[in-house]
Design a protein around this ligand. Structure first.
Ligand SMILES: Nc1ncnc2c1ncn2[C@@H]1O[C@H](COP(=O)(O)OP(=O)(O)O)[C@@H](O)[C@H]1O
Ligand SMILES: [Mg+2]
Length: 266
């Protein structure tokens, strides 16, 4: 078993060749661009000749296809996306098999991820802007939690900005809050609302750090010293990250969040 996994992984990367532009899948989807490779799948921008529009096609990687767990993760993502009817999440269009490869297609979000905005476009966010985008993310999160879903991967490559709307993608790690969980997990991957709260704290820090200037000579200091944030924002982030008293409910979190926003306006 010890040897098995590395061998399978090596084999998997040989088999999982990135599909070339122009390749047609099931006589319907034409590959236009490779978008990314995550832990369980590949995402492509494709032209759906049936719908006559661009969509995103996500397929399971080889080494995940041969394990029950890999297939279950894929099924979960489909099931959760199907349960969402909200313009901030991608609509799911089709699911099927390409030979032995399970895939699904979803709406293409015409925007950039916050990772692209910060690290490629060099966009900077003020504290006020960071709080405003974070508030939108909080609203999306509240919708998910009300549906009994915890996303568990609210990182900047999975949060997109499209026409000033914050859209959440990648439900590959999402779970139902009712799922039983016997594993001992870190806070960021717990099956609890607090794991998403924690990621919201990190989202805010990424946006806030976009504005941080350093000459590279200074010694690194903790974020609450490097960023000169208002007291209320500081408090909010510390509670999200559970450095200070964790939020027990979303209402408690919302109240503290709005106070941080109001404080900025004074
Ligand atoms: N619906 C979508 N619309 C636009 N871009 C997408 C969409 N889904 C995924 N992407 C892009 O592809 C990347 C990888 O897809 P993602 O679903 O996050 O899978 P993973 O992180 O498991 O590879 C994203 O970071 C994003 O840049
Ligand atoms: Mg992702």
């Amino acid at each position: 078993m010890m040897l098995f996994k590395p061998v399978i992984l090596a084999f998997s990367s040989l088999i999982d060749k990135e599909l070339p532009k122009g390749e047609k899948i099931n006589n319907r989807y034409v590959i236009e661009e490779f978008l990314g490779m995550g832990s369980y799948g590949y995402s492509y921008l494709v032209y759906d000749s049936f719908l006559g529009r661009k969509v995103v096609l996500k397929m399971v990687r080889f080494h995940k296809r041969i394990t029950k767990k890999g297939i279950r993760v894929h099924q979960y993502e489909i099931e959760i996306l199907k349960s969402l009817q909200h313009p901030s999440f991608p609509a799911i269009f089709d699911e099927g098999m390409w030979g032995t490869v399970p895939f699904f297609t979803m709406e293409y979000v015409h925007g950039k991820t916050f990772e692209q905005l910060i690290f490629i476009e060099g966009q900077r966010f003020t504290e006020e802007e960071a709080l405003a985008y974070g508030l939108k993310l909080l609203e999306r999160m509240e919708y998910l939690h009300n549906k009994g879903i915890v996303h568990r991967d609210l990182r900047i490559p999975n949060i997109m900005l499209e026409d000033n709307d914050v859209r959440v993608i990648d439900f590959g790690l999402a779970k139902w809050l009712s799922d039983t969980d016997n594993k001992k997990r870190e806070l960021k991957s717990e099956i609890s609302p607090q794991s998403d709260y924690f990621q919201l704290g990190h989202f805010l820090l990424f946006l806030l750090y976009s504005n941080y200037e350093t000459n590279g000579m200074e010694k690194e200091r903790p974020w609450d010293e490097e960023l000169s944030l208002s007291l209320k924002t500081n408090k909010l982030i510390k509670r999200l990250l559970q450095i200070d008293k964790p939020f027990e409910t979303i209402n408690e979190l919302k109240q503290c969040y709005l106070e941080a926003c109001i404080k900025r306006e004074e």
